[in-house]
Ligand binder design. Structure first.
Ligand code: CTP
Ligand code: MG
Length: 226
């Protein structure tokens, strides 16, 4: 069985704003998603890093990516789920191959976290994802913005990526799911009747969503330089 990374990068970064999508922003001398692709490439078990771009992408060719495991497919769709589904089809993975779907915008992913995910799930029937136990007290709000309940955080996790599943199962789960009902691969697998495993990730593996996220990403990447 092979381990293949699948990186959806066909989004427009509407919440981030700016002239080009956030994944192309310069961060410590490289495009933001170069750091993402580099981390996945450095995982020895991963043989290919498959990048899904929008068919109209005007930015990818401006950079020298210099990542030997990288494969590029310009098959992105209107939603993240669609981009993943199209990418999965284009990569022609075997039924039993493991696919690690990871957001291009999570550029502070560490090699160690991916290796922990792979090691934990090696003998798993279903697969799973990196996630973070909720650290704060959780409140449910009513329509007026007042607390209607305090939700025990025991057993609550925040989903991250990579989300790692067998290619065959993932394709069947995604085929049966309507794009806007499914926000991550795990929820498609859940709807398909399986229970993905939660593997502890780390807080540094956050998704760059707003401009305010950049300072933290810069600092984390700089701290790893040497
Ligand atoms: N993505 C994708 N295809 C889409 C939408 C999103 O491949 N149609 C990718 C993004 O490029 C990103 C990842 O999915 O790497 C996570 O999505 P998000 O952080 O929401 O990025 P955007 O959709 O680009 O940002 P926004 O929602 O603010 O527009
Ligand atoms: Mg989005």
């Amino acid at each position: 069985t092979r381990y293949l990374a699948l990186v959806p990068a066909a989004g427009s970064g509407s919440r981030f704003g700016g002239p080009s999508p956030k994944q192309y922003l310069q961060l410590n001398g490289r495009p933001l998603m170069w750091h993402t692709l580099q981390a996945l490439s450095q995982v020895e078990a991963i043989s290919e890093v498959v990048l899904v771009l929008s068919p109209g992408d005007e930015w990818f060719d401006d950079f020298d990516w210099d990542l030997p495991k990288l494969r590029v497919h310009r098959v992105g769709g209107a939603s993240r789920a669609e981009s993943v589904r199209n990418g999965l089809e284009a990569m022609a993975a075997g039924e039993q191959d493991w696919v690690l779907v990871h957001d291009a915008a999570r550029c502070c992913l560490s090699v160690a976290a991916v290796e922990r995910l792979i090691a934990t799930l090696a003998d798993d029937q279903v697969g799973g994802l990196l996630a973070l136990p909720v650290p704060d007290t959780v409140k449910r709000a009513d329509a007026e913005g007042r607390i209607s309940a305090t939700v025990p955080r025991q057993g609550l996790w925040l989903a991250q990526t990579p989300q790692m599943f067998r290619a065959g199962l993932l394709a069947r789960a995604l085929a049966g799911s309507v794009a806007d009902e499914v926000t991550d691969e795990a929820s498609a697998i859940e709807r398909h009747g399986h229970k993905p495993r939660l593997v502890e990730g780390d807080a540094q593996n956050f998704k760059v969503t707003y401009p305010r996220d950049l300072a933290l990403a810069r600092a984390i990447l700089a701290s790893r330089k040497d």
